[in-house]
Design a protein around this ligand. Structure first.
Ligand SMILES: Nc1ncnc2c1ncn2[C@@H]1O[C@H](COP(=O)(O)OP(=O)(O)OP(=O)(O)O)[C@@H](O)[C@H]1O
Ligand SMILES: [Mg+2]
Length: 260
């Protein structure tokens, strides 16, 4: 059973948990808009952390600040490395919210998944047999081998999400950042993604996942973070998602009921 302490994760292989994401006091301003204010959070190996907050609460901004793709005050360490180093070393894989991805880009599904291997390639930038095998295995695990030749934009929404998760699988990243991977996906894709995330978690990865699916969060995540441009609360999902906390985060209880 998982405890409700700050670092509640017991990994299945009983290895001591490692701090894979340490984000401290992240502040992001877009001109006049303060999208993120002093947000701190951590994710350990063997932990799925659910990021919850209403539209505009800064979830996507937090992912971008962690990846170092938007200017932020504060400090981020990914497996002890700066975001730039971590990206170079392939330690982190980021699946942006669909709206942030250019699907007209002329690359195939296999190309997208192969990008997960780029950090490992030598100066020739050529995929070796082991890279191709890792790409095939990742495609197989998300059931996209048959569609590997398709241009990425010619997949359905759920299939696209699976393609980007496959890129993270092929990469073997220690930390996965998934911005609303369940938005617009059907039950089959969702079940496949959840099962993959659990396998990765059990193999020692850390996962930070934003979702609006509050009803299923306690089942999926080991920890939860409630965001309203600042971190309101973090800890065990059942406690974080208590009605009074949801009212603070959303101004109402999105799960229904009287709220407080
Ligand atoms: N490039 C930008 N320029 C100016 N303001 C921005 C920009 N990106 C986001 N914002 C603003 O920053 C705030 C946080 O946005 P963000 O996209 O991080 O929210 P979110 O929690 O991901 O929302 P959603 O659930 O709708 O995806 C919002 O007020 C948004 O309007
Ligand atoms: Mg967002």
């Amino acid at each position: 059973m998982r405890s409700a302490s700050k670092f509640p994760v017991t990994k299945s292989n009983d290895q001591p948990a490692e701090l894979l994401l340490d984000a401290q006091k992240l502040t992001v301003n877009y001109g006049e808009v303060q999208a993120l204010k002093g947000a701190s959070l951590s994710v350990q190996s063997g932990e799925i952390c659910g990021l919850v907050g209403m539209n505009g609460s800064g979830k996507s901004t937090l992912f971008k600040a962690i990846m170092g793709v938007t200017p932020a005050e504060g400090q981020v360490l990914i497996d002890g490395q700066t975001p730039t180093q971590a990206r170079k070393l392939g330690l982190v894989s980021y699946v942006p919210q669909s709206e942030d991805i250019d699907f007209t880009f002329p690359v195939s599904v296999r190309d997208v998944v192969s990008m997960g291997r780029y950090g490992r390639l030598g100066p020739t930038r050529r995929l070796k047999a082991a890279d191709r095998a890792a790409v095939d295995e990742a495609l197989e695990r998300v059931d996209l081998l048959d569609l590997a030749h398709r241009q990425i934009g010619n997949l359905s929404g759920g299939q696209r999400k699976r393609a980007f998760v496959a890129r993270g699988l092929a990469q073997g990243a220690r930390l996965l950042l998934l911005d609303e991977p369940f938005a617009g996906v059907d039950k089959r894709s969702e079940t496949m993604l959840v099962s993959l995330l659990r396998q990765l978690r059990d193999a020692g990865a850390g996962v930070l996942i934003s979702t609006h699916d509050l009803a299923n969060l306690a089942e999926l995540a080991d920890t939860a973070v409630l965001l309203r441009n600042e971190v309101l609360l973090s800890g065990e999902p059942g406690a974080v998602l208590a009605p009074e906390n949801l009212v603070r985060a959303f101004g109402m209880n999105p799960l229904g009921g009287s709220g407080v």
